[in-house]
Design a binder for this molecule. Sequence first.
Ligand code: GGG
Length: 350
Amino acid sequence: MKTYELALIPGDGIGGDVTDAAMAVVEAAASRHGFAVSSRRFDWSCAHYLETGAMMPEDGIETLRGFDAILLGAVGWPETVPDSVSLHGLLLPIRKAFDQYANIRPHRLLPGVEGPLKVGEFDILCIRENTEGEYSGAGGRVHLGTANEVAVETAIFTRTGVERILRFAFEQARTRRGHVTSVTKSNAQKHSMVFWDEMTRLVAQDYPDVTVAPMHIDAMAARMVMAPESLDVVVASNLFGDILTDLGAAIQGGLGFAASANICPDRSGPSMFEPVHGSAPDIAGRGIANPIAAIWSAAMMLDHLGEAAAAAAILAATEAATASGIGTRPGRNSTEEITTAILAALEDRA
Ligand code: GGG
């Protein structure tokens, strides 16, 4: 029997609750679909930082390299560790080290979930560039604390980086409704974003079966609210994708439903799967975090590992739970109630 080795990083706050829920569902799906999972838990988090001075050990990346996939909960505890330290100490280094350049985030309403918009169905797949752009970490500060203080943050767009994320988006569009919207701000950012637009036109030549439209980020934000049903695949830079996918989460009913996959397409390293949401300090420890985003992310993980039937079963079980009203409103059900309902629906399908 095939056994997948999973690295589990629950992280901070509600991360532990939602990864426990996701693992319970993964294990149940594994036993029904003829494979096994073996997971090793890493307590890399803000608490770890306070104890050791680092979000993960020096050999953390090398330790993770041996796993088939990484399931991550949430990172951040701003009361004790600045968010810029926790993000650049764990999540961003993992994405970069394993060249997880494609961040995939699906946005659609699950059955029974009422979003805030008065629109019909929509099904958007956001593809966020995940290793460079505005999150490259290039820059610095000088003259700290003086009137002459300067802060520089350089966004880096390489031809390799932009071309590969665009190709990834076009490939995704081929498996869906065949349309890509490429998001920039090329009227204002006349170097990097004009370059991105040019690369979009170049890559599009290899995909005559896919239609493509460029769109500015500001117009895109409005369109996701006014006409989300008009969108199929949306591709954007690291920062723009990060922002748009929180908007995507909002229109799909909230961050509790927003799943994501950090994919290393050539599989030279493990991919990482995580809910879009953060550690939610306001509800941490109360047992009311919605685990659906983490469970959906775990389904994406199984799909990536080649267990498509198990992934589809988890998604169907989640939809069955929400269709019956479970987990559809914040605070309506506990984490445990939602997980139990999904496990029961999974059992019914067996
Ligand atoms: N679920 C992972 C998490 O904690 N995300 C919080 C966050 O701020 N992420 C930033 C990013 O996705 O780049």
